[in-house]
Design a protein around this ligand. Structure first.
Ligand SMILES: [Zn+2]
Length: 480
């Protein structure tokens, strides 16, 4: 038999990890000719009960997993790969060329943060484990990169007898793909489609600031669909975000404050910088200094520029008009800790874009400690804030937050702009499903908070009449 087992992003929005095995026996004792592989291998983030699972072994020993098919470079999809490698994985990781490049900066950075975190707990003696260990180190993350194989969109890869796959566009972030997998045995064939994260529609008014292709691949026809549901119960606002963004920035600068924007260094930061540039050129906001404070910032922009085949028409036009972000006057990319510190000490109005996007690590923490207590400042969220993260607490109106063991009062203005999302909302998801050329035999909802996953399940059942379930953590389903 072949089966699929949900090892993450089931009952929660992070830790995407799905095992596919053509073992004729159980996972614990696979048959000798079994081929076992993962689709995505992400970190659990957010709530502690899920984060602790990053330390749990998989039901299949890492050395028995022959491949990972990686949909995209977000940590909740790729961030457990170095741990898999550390546990004995020696197989191949297949990803699109842009995803391979992005993982080259994201995974070592994640290892660095894991080491920093462990060192912090050791210093504070705040871990039950002595000494606290990193999940993996920067060096281990670097080593696993040699196992990546760049696989262009549309190219069919034969993994083993009767098992092949290809990447199709998901339009989520640079390099993001869905994995179309074909399993065949004894003359029977099944197609599985793993959506990864699904990007937004092809409409710049509805989904502003798209820097890469938009619109997921249409006309799919899988037998089994494994689908994300991050925004399964929500509708993105349809109003143009730029006037609101300009009004918030203008009001902050007028009262002598700075704008702090927690954003992932990859994609979201580039998208935001492009919109700032646009607003400044149109003279809708003043030309205050813009700091992209992330060690990954410059690297991410370089990778972004290298993959011009993925640009949206708007991005092409902006670069043609104004050059690359690295050349824009007034835009600064901080790479050293010293440069970061200087931004921190500045008392003049500025716009600071820093990661990580959910305020759970990285340099944004220092900017928050510095800027949260002052009511002149503005914290502007432009990304999804998962339950249990510091970003979610601030967004939901917490009066204080704890950062590096310090209680920091929240007196700054807090705003959230939802239009920047790189995830399709429920209407866009349904619009995409309606392009399918046949009804899948089964649809499994993953990668959503429980309410969101359930809402999407009910909507698909009601509107399309499909057979849909919510995948549960460790649930195993026979495919063939
Ligand atoms: Zn993603």
């Amino acid at each position: 038999m072949s089966y699929i087992q949900f090892l993450g992003a089931a009952g929660t929005v992070t830790g995407s990890k799905h095992l596919i095995s053509n073992s004729h026996d159980s996972a614990e004792q696979p048959t000798a000719d079994a081929f076992q592989f993962l689709v995505d291998c992400g970190l659990f983030q957010g709530q502690k009960e899920w984060r602790l699972k990053n330390w749990t072994d998989l039901p299949v020993p890492a050395r028995q997993i022959s491949a990972v098919i990686l949909t995209h470079a977000h940590l909740d999809h790729c961030g457990w790969i170095p741990r898999l490698y550390k546990e004995g994985f020696t197989g191949t990781i297949y990803a699109t060329p842009a995803t391979v490049d992005l993982c080259g900066i994201i995974l070592p950075d994640s290892g660095y943060l894991q080491e920093e975190d462990a060192a912090f707990h050791n210093k504070q003696k705040s871990s039950k484990h002595a000494p606290a260990m990193p999940l993996y180190t920067m060096e281990e993350a670097q080593q696993c990169l040699s196992h990546f194989r760049a696989t262009p969109f549309g190219e069919t890869v034969q993994l083993a007898e009767g098992i092949s796959f290809r990447f199709v566009r998901s339009a989520h972030i640079l390099g993001a793909a869905m994995a179309e997998i074909t399993l065949a045995t004894n003359g029977t064939q099944r197609t599985l489609l793993f959506t990864g994260d699904i990007g937004r529609v092809r409409n710049n008014a509805i989904a502003p600031g798209k820097v890469v292709h938009s619109g997921p691949t249409e006309g799919e026809s899988p037998d089994v669909l494994v689908m994300e549901s991050t925004y399964g119960n929500r509708h993105h606002p349809h109003e143009d975000v730029l006037p609101e963004m300009a009004a918030l920035i203008n009001a902050t600068v007028k009262r002598g404050g700075s704008v702090v924007v927690p954003a992932f260094a990859v994609e979201r930061t580039q998208k935001f910088l492009f919109l700032l540039k646009d607003l400044m050129e149109q003279k809708l906001i003043p030309r205050v200094p813009v700091y992209a404070d992330s060690p990954m910032g410059i690297h991410a922009v370089q990778i972004f520029l290298k993959h011009s085949e993925e640009f949206s028409p708007e991005t092409k036009e902006l670069i043609a008009r104004h050059g690359t972000p690295l050349q824009w006057p007034g835009f600064h990319f901080a790479s050293t800790a010293q440069e970061s510190k200087r931004i921190n000490e500045s008392h003049f109005p500025s716009i600071i874009v820093s990661s990580n996007g959910m305020c759970m690590g990285g340099r944004i923490q220092h900017h928050l400690i510095q800027r949260l207590p002052d009511p002149r400042n503005l914290i502007m969220f432009i990304g999804y804030q998962a339950v249990g993260t510091r970003g979610r607490q601030i967004k939901e109106g917490a009066h204080e937050v704890k950062i590096f063991g310090e209680i920091v009062p929240v007196r700054a203005q807090v705003a959230a702009l939802e239009q920047f999302s790189d995830h399709a909302d429920v209407d866009e998801l349904l619009e995409w499903l309606r392009t399918f050329t046949k009804t899948p035999q089964s649809t499994h909802i993953v990668h959503g908070e429980p309410d969101s996953a359930e809402a999407l399940r009910q909507t698909i059942v009601a509107q399309l009449g499909w057979q849909v379930d919510k995948a549960k953590y460790m649930q195993k389903d026979e495919i063939l």
